[in-house]
Design a protein. Structure first.
Length: 102
């Protein structure tokens, strides 16, 4: 549509048509009737599409979720243990140095 307007009326006409269309659409959506129409449309979409679908039993989801969390925690706990060992080694060396100096 913009290409046709640009070809016959020039680029300014296409820009003006785009601006006019945006302004009119916003005016329509901001009007009380437009808001009521959007409310009804969204309500219908939520009830027919979103709430009509079964979510599945939570019991079917929990084992997979638990396995995922345990695998993440196992990986993180490994790094926490390695950091603790390194920190303990450094503190032990500092203790040894302090005892040897004094």
């Amino acid at each position: 549509m913009a290409a046709v307007l640009t070809e016959f009326r020039g680029p300014e006409a296409a820009i003006e048509a785009h601006r006019f269309t945006n302004d009119e659409l916003l005016r329509l959506l901001r009007s009380p009737r437009g808001k009521q129409m959007l409310d009804r449309l969204l309500d219908d979409l939520v009830t027919t599409r979103l709430l009509a679908r079964p979510l599945g039993r939570p019991a079917n989801i929990l084992p997979r979720l638990e396995a995922l969390l345990l695998s993440i925690m196992q990986d993180q706990f490994k790094y926490i243990n390695l950091f603790g060992a390194l920190l303990g080694f450094i503190i032990g060396l500092l203790n040894l140095l302090i005892l040897r100096v004094f």
